[in-house]
Design a protein around this ligand. Structure first.
Ligand SMILES: [Zn+2]
Length: 240
């Protein structure tokens, strides 16, 4: 009698190990994902009116809610949970850029450790949030910590917490009004200088319009030159 030889073979030891290892990794990854979601729910309790300045820290202890740790990044946001989610998502992929905040986040997550988001200060307007961020960056740098912050005002040695005008162009009209920013036509071609009260501009454009969009569209009333707008923090503001 002819018996057909079975084509099934016992999987090699190597293949079995590979299967077990990938299953363990998968379970670990799912557990990490659950930990991240739990942590983000905790952070969402931080949602408040205004802005928070936060540090991302490498935890020193296993105490989950402790605020100790080594800061490696300082940021500011109007929604800490949303910002933390963005950081953790981007930090979930490896990067070779060791200067990047995501390199630090990936290193921690890969070791099954959760980066710690710690609230440093609360502010009410966007310019004061930016000023607070720079102040805390400089404070940590003076204490000898190495931060992944890349903005020019976040480099070591910047003494004053000034908000550079290039940051102000990203403000909406509503944010500019809350910070009492000074918007004016300062034409470099015909030298026309004309203050544009933000309240008046708001009558003609939506509060969510960004100042950089106005810069692209508003032309000099005298010679039609574009761009002719200038923005600054009002001179009587404490920010300067
Ligand atoms: Zn002009």
């Amino acid at each position: 009698m002819h018996v057909k030889k079975s084509t099934w073979r016992r999987p090699s030891r190597r293949l079995t190990l590979l299967y077990v290892r990938s299953t363990v990794l998968f379970v670990k990854k799912a557990e990490l994902h659950r930990r991240i979601e739990r942590y983000l729910r905790l952070l969402s309790a931080e949602a408040a009116v205004g802005y928070v300045t936060y540090a991302i820290k490498e935890p020193l202890s296993v105490r989950r809610h402790a605020e100790d740790g080594i800061p490696f990044y300082v940021g500011q946001t109007s929604n800490l949970a949303r910002r933390a989610r963005q950081h953790l998502l981007r930090g979930g992929a490896p990067t070779n850029d060791r200067d990047s905040v995501y390199w630090h986040i990936y290193r921690l997550l890969a070791a099954n450790r959760m980066p710690r988001f710690v609230v440093l200060e609360r502010t009410t307007t966007r310019a004061s949030a930016l000023e607070s961020e720079t102040k805390w960056v400089q404070r940590f740098l003076e204490q000898g910590y190495v931060l992944a912050n890349q903005w020019s005002e976040h480099k070591a040695g910047k003494k004053k917490a000034v908000v550079p005008s290039n940051r102000l162009w990203a403000f909406t009209l509503a944010e500019a009004l809350a910070d009492d920013l000074k918007l004016q036509i300062a034409c470099c071609r015909c030298k026309t200088c004309l203050l544009l009260p933000l309240g008046t501009v708001m009558g003609a454009a939506s509060p969510t319009t960004k100042l950089q969009d106005l810069r692209r569209t508003v032309s000099c009333p005298n010679c039609a030159f574009v761009p002719c707008l200038e923005v600054s923090v009002a001179s009587n503001s404490e920010l300067m």
